[in-house]
Design a protein around this ligand. Sequence first.
Ligand SMILES: Cc1cc2nc3c(=O)[nH]c(=O)nc-3n(C[C@H](O)[C@H](O)[C@H](O)COP(=O)(O)OP(=O)(O)OC[C@H]3O[C@@H](n4cnc5c(N)ncnc54)[C@H](O)[C@@H]3O)c2cc1C
Length: 355
Amino acid sequence: MRTMISGPDTTSDERAGGVRHSVVVVGGGFGGLQAVRKLRHEPVGITLIDRRNFHLFQPLLYQVATGALSPGEIAAPLRGVFKRDQNVRVVLGAVTGFDLAGRCVLVDGLPNVSETCAIPYDSLVVAAGSNYSYFDHDEWRPLAPDVKSLESALEVRRRILTAFEAAEVEPDVERRAAWLTFVVVGGGPTGVELAGQIAEIARDTLRRDFRTIDTRAARIPLVEVADRVLPGFPPRLSARAARALERLGVSPLARPRRAADHRAGDPADDLGAGRSRCAGRASAGRGRVAVGVEPCPRRAQAGRVPDSFEHDECMPRLRLSSFGWVVAGRLAPPGDSLTARPAVRSNSGPVSLPC
Ligand SMILES: Cc1cc2nc3c(=O)[nH]c(=O)nc-3n(C[C@H](O)[C@H](O)[C@H](O)COP(=O)(O)OP(=O)(O)OC[C@H]3O[C@@H](n4cnc5c(N)ncnc54)[C@H](O)[C@@H]3O)c2cc1C
C-alpha cells in the first residue's frame, strides 16, 4: 500500500483558490541544491528529498578521512539552508523508484511510516549523485572504504590512525613497515589529494606524537593504471603533481608507457590487468590500508538512472521533457545510452531507482 504525501504549503494554496506547480527534487548535493536555489523564488512548491538531512561538501571529505577537519565542518543541514524559503520543504527519506505514468516519486524510510510513500510532482529533478567505483573489483570494498560519505570517511580515518597505533606497538620490523604502508588506488584528483594528505599527517601532524615509530617512515604508494597520475589533466600538470607528491613522500606508481621502463610485479600493471594484487596485499592484514578510488560515473549511473530516463533529457541542456523530469548533477550521464526509450514513450511505469 502507498501513502500519498502532498507538497509544501498546499493548504495555503488551496485556501487561495489555486494549485501551485509542484517540483520534487531528489538529492540535496551540489546539483539538487542549485536546482532548489534557482527555483525557490518562482511561484512553485518545492519538495527536496534526501536520505540524509544535510548537504555534504564532498570535495573536503578527504580532509575528514585524514583527521584534518571534523564532520561538522563539511556538512550543512538542508533545513537550515532553506529555512527562509516557505515554499521549500525538506523530506528525509530514500527514493526507491518513480512512477512516471502517475507522476510520483516513491520514497522509503520516512521516519514515521514503514510503508512506501508516493510524493506527487508536476516537475521532477533527479540529482542523486553517483556511486563509488572499485574498477570492477567489488571485493576491494571491505578493504578500502570509499571516501564518499561522512560515515565512510570516518572509517578511513579510523583505519589510518589505527595503523599508526598498531605500528607503535609492533615489535617485528617487517610487520611494522607493513602497518606504515598506505596504498592509495587511483591517481585521479581524489587519490592524489588523499595520498598527499596522508603524507602530510605522517611527515608533520603525527611526527612528535609517537615514541617508538618514526611516522615519517610511512610509505604511501599511489597506484594508477594510466601512465601518469591525474591522467585527465595535461601531461605537464601530471608531471608537476608527481614531483610535488614525491617531495611529500608519496610514491606515484603509474604504469610505464615504454616496455623498457616496466618493472616486474608493478602494482599498476596488476590493476590494469584486472587482478587485485594491490588490494590483496592490503588484505593480508599487515596494516596496509588501501583507500580512495576514483568515481566511475558511467557505471555508477548505470545502477542509478532509472531505465526510462533518456540521456538527451540531461544536462547540460537541462531541458524538461514532456514527462516533466530532468536529471542533473553527477547523475546526468554524458555519453551513450543506458536507457530504454520505449519505456518513456509508452509512458509506462513504475520504474525503480536502485541504490
Ligand atoms: C572525495 C571527493 C573529492 C572531490 N573533489 C572535487 C573537487 O575538488 N572539485 C569538484 O568539482 N568536484 C569534486 N568532487 C566531485 C563532486 O563532489 C561531485 O561531482 C558532486 O558532489 C556531484 O554532485 P551531485 O549533486 O550530482 O551529487 P552528490 O553531491 O553526490 O549528491 C547526491 C545527493 O543525493 C542523495 N541521494 C542519493 N541517492 C538517493 C536516494 N535514493 N534517495 C534520496 N537521496 C539520495 C545523497 O544523499 C546526496 O545528498 C569530489 C568528490 C569526492 C567524493
